[in-house]
Every structure is written in structure tokens, then in C-alpha cells.
Design a protein around this ligand. Structure first.
Ligand SMILES: Nc1nc2c(ncn2[C@@H]2O[C@H](COP(=O)(O)OP(=O)(O)OP(=O)(O)O)[C@@H](O)[C@H]2O)c(=O)[nH]1
Ligand SMILES: [Mg+2]
Length: 196
């Protein structure tokens, strides 16, 4: 798939105000700072499309990016931002819930996790939640550039094992710096859109 256009169209916190559309959506979920917004930028080859930050808690709303006038990437706030205040945590969690629990549109989820670490309790809870919704997420393991080949193989097996990710599931190792799998991911999305 070639990305010809990518536009931020809606910035929302409440499901009633999410766009009314008949286009497919790909929602990005994952821990704060895992690289969700950077993933959108890397896939769209546009460094300034989504705002990113080295400190967690940057994305605070559900941000809808219309891609090729064909589907949306929905960038969501992250979970597990330990230093956030209670109020902040509940606000960010509420936006994730507004999307996952209330969205009335066809969507699938890309679950981003840091390739360097074993999945957190919150990562495990998110996967359980998605599976309980009947949703098998696409797993994206980010920041691979920070690992050696050996480390990569080790943590890959660890993450697959701890989350019980089946061999038939879609899993991509990803780096926004060495975006080696960006083409594969775009082709995957293209094929998926053709099959729905
Ligand atoms: N080395 C490396 N850094 C990355 C990668 N992806 C993201 N980062 C960095 O990680 C930090 C967080 O990236 P974001 O894209 O803002 O993360 P996020 O998941 O959107 O975070 P929240 O909006 O807070 O939930 C930024 O400093 C990015 O430059 C990657 O693949 N490799
Ligand atoms: Mg973000």
C-alpha cells in the first residue's frame, strides 16, 4: 500500500463526538511512551503528523487520522503512566474506554508493546480485554533498534510466551528509526482492507 495522504481530522474525548463515518479504523493502544504516535508518523513518512514526546502522557485525546481517504488511524492516549496524577490517569483511561467500549464503527486494534521488556500487567490486561471483546490484536513490538539481534530473539520469545500470542497471529517487530518493517505493515493493512 502506498500512503498518498494523511490528515488529522478529529481530536476528541467523547464517543458521541467521534466522527460518523463508514470507513475502517485501526486503533493504536499501548503503554504511554511505547511509540504509538511515532508509529503513525513512520508509517505515513511524515515526522510532524502526530505529536510525540520523550516524556510519557503526550497524547491525551482520541486523534483520528484519515489515510488515503480510505481508513483511519486512531491514536489513543497510553496506559500505565506511573507518574501521572490520579485524575490524569482516570482521564486518559476514560478516553481509551470511550473508544474501546463505545465505538460504533468497524475497527481493529494494533497493540504496541516495547520490544525490550516483558509485557507489563497492564499490557496483559489490555490483551485480555481485547480478546474478551472478540478482537485479536495485531501485536507491534517497538523500539527494536535498541536491541541486539540476540536480545531481540530472547525478548520476542518472552513476550509471545507471556501473552500467549499464537503462531498464526500477526506480529511485527518495528522501529521508527530503522523502519524496516514499515513496508510489510503497509502491505498487511492494504491486504486487510481488501479483504473486508
Ligand atoms: N529508539 C526509538 N525510539 C522510539 C521509537 N518509537 C518511539 N520512540 C521514542 O519514544 C518516545 C515516545 O514516543 P511517542 O510516539 O510519543 O509515544 P506514545 O506511545 O505516543 O506516547 P503517549 O502519547 O504518551 O501515550 C519518543 O521520544 C520517540 O522518539 C523507536 O522505534 N525507536
Ligand atoms: Mg502518543
Amino acid at each position: 500500500m502506498i500512503i498518498k495522504s494523511a490528515v488529522l481530522t478529529h481530536v476528541r474525548t467523547e464517543s458521541e463526538k467521534f466522527p460518523e463515518n463508514d470507513k475502517f479504523e485501526i486503533a493504536l493502544v499501548g503503554r504511554s511512551n511505547v511509540g504509538k504516535s511515532s508509529f503513525i508518523n513512520a508509517i505515513c513518512a511524515n515526522k510532524t503528523l502526530a505529536r510525540t514526546s520523550s516524556s510519557p502522557g503526550k497524547t491525551r485525546t482520541a486523534n483520528f487520522y484519515l489515510i488515503n481517504d480510505e481508513f483511519y488511524f486512531v491514536d489513543l492516549p497510553g496506559y500505565g503512566y506511573a507518574a501521572a496524577s490520579k485524575t490524569d490517569k482516570s482521564k486518559l483511561g476514560a478516553v481509551i474506554g470511550e473508544y474501546l467500549d463505545k465505538r460504533r464503527a468497524d475497527f481493529m486494534v494494533f497493540h504496541l508493546m516495547d520490544h525490550r521488556h516483558a509485557p507489563s500487567e497492564k499490557d496483559k490486561l489490555m490483551r485480555v480485554k481485547l480478546l474478551s471483546m472478540g478482537m485479536i490484536p495485531v501485536s507491534i513490538l517497538t523500539k527494536t533498534d535498541k536491541l541486539t539481534k540476540n536480545e531481540r530473539a530472547k525478548t520476542f520469545d518472552l513476550i509471545m510466551g507471556e501473552l500467549g500470542i499464537g503462531e498464526d497471529e500477526a506480529v511485527f517487530e518495528f522501529s521508527n528509526i530503522r523502519s524496516e518493517t514499515a513496508e510489510e505493515i503497509k502491505d498487511f493493512i492494504g491486504e486487510m482492507l481488501c479483504s473486508i
